[in-house]
Design a protein around this ligand. Structure first.
Ligand SMILES: [Zn+2]
Length: 85
């Protein structure tokens, strides 16, 4: 299922999380696909998102999708995209 999801709109529809992992330092950040779809646009290809590592400033991030488990025993920290002017 996850394999056929290539745009933010589809990922949001399936309630997926977008995981960006830095190839340099291994730092991971999770985003709700729904947030990203609102921030960019739903036809945006997930692989083309410009993630940048906060730790080492590298643009070299591995992007993957994971299912959002609505499990109260597990806490998931997500980042929200925000525009600053
Ligand atoms: Zn990094």
């Amino acid at each position: 299922m996850v394999r056929t999801v290539d745009t933010l709109g589809k990922a949001a529809y399936h309630n997926l999380l977008v995981v960006a992992e830095c190839r340099q330092c291994g730092r991971r950040a999770k985003f709700l696909a729904e947030d990203l779809a609102r921030y960019y646009y739903s036809d945006r290809k997930i692989r083309s998102l410009p993630f940048k590592c906060r730790e080492c400033d590298a643009m070299d991030c591995k992007i993957s999708l994971t299912e959002y488990l609505n499990d109260r025993t597990r806490e998931v920290v997500v980042w929200r995209p925000m525009k600053i002017r």
